[in-house]
Design a protein around this ligand. Structure first.
Ligand SMILES: [Zn+2]
Ligand SMILES: [Zn+2]
Length: 136
């Protein structure tokens, strides 16, 4: 990846990511599940400074975290598409929802986290690293 763009359903929020992602992770935690409305979230971890975003996002401070540090879950203030999370425990990164990218197919998950709460029908590809909770 060199540069990728993405945004929400209504187009009010747009973003650009520069440089390669640090990680692409599927998160099976129940908070990601509720926010996505799906079985899990595909998260693209990038350096915070690699993300430029325009448009109004609403922010929900998620305090139900393992570290006890809040996670700011940001979504389009108009259409509600989840865009990214900012974790106080990892302040240098932004965790972007892969499904909002204009070309989401290029983000291939390399790791699965919070598999302890994965739904029973979800098949995790053999050989990929799995962590029952956050990676240590
Ligand atoms: Zn929107
Ligand atoms: Zn999660």
């Amino acid at each position: 990846m060199s540069e990728i763009e993405g945004g929400c359903n209504c187009g009010a929020v747009r973003y650009r990511l520069t440089g390669d992602p640090l990680a692409v992770a599927v998160c099976h935690c129940s908070n990601c599940r509720r926010q996505s409305g799906s079985a899990f979230s595909v998260n693209v971890v990038v350096r915070d400074e690699a993300m430029r975003m325009t448009g109004d996002v609403a922010t929900w401070e998620d305090r139900d975290t393992e570290s006890g540090q809040p996670v700011l879950r940001q979504f389009c203030a108009t259409c509600g598409s989840p865009i990214r999370s900012l974790s106080a425990a990892s302040p240098k990164v932004a965790i972007v929802k892969a499904g909002t990218a204009d070309d989401p197919g290029r983000f291939v998950p390399a790791i699965h986290v919070w598999t302890s709460s994965a739904l029973p029908w979800v098949e995790i590809p053999a050989g990929l690293p799995q962590f029952p909770r956050n990676p240590a």
